[in-house]
Write a protein that binds this ligand. Structure first.
Ligand SMILES: [Zn+2]
Ligand SMILES: [Zn+2]
Length: 96
């Protein structure tokens, strides 16, 4: 599966950005709202929601969860493990 992206502006999930020419430069934008604010997305392993790295946490049980699927305890843990879990997520995506 190729990379998926999620727009932080309108929430659209897509696998191909479109290009828009701005002052002679081609920039990659969201196909829906044509903004540049999109990021690589991964799926929450619990509810299947597409999330950007910022919205998804790799929890203690090695399951990537969106903020809605995390317990309060997990949210607390993730705040302290934030840096480590982001690195693990990146590693996971590289292996896919
Ligand atoms: Zn958008
Ligand atoms: Zn979820």
């Amino acid at each position: 599966m190729g990379l998926m992206y999620k727009c932080e502006n309108c929430g659209a999930v897509f696998n191909d950005s479109v290009y828009k020419v701005v002052y002679g430069d081609e920039i990659a934008v969201c196909p829906k709202c044509e903004q540049e604010d999109f990021d690589e997305a991964s799926q929450c392993e619990i509810c299947g929601e597409w999330c950007t790295e910022r919205e998804l946490e790799l929890c203690e049980d090695s399951i990537a969860k969106c903020h809605d699927c995390m317990t309060e305890g997990e949210k607390e843990e993730c705040r302290t493990l934030k840096a480590a879990s982001l690195n693990m997520l990146k590693l996971q995506q590289r292996l896919q």
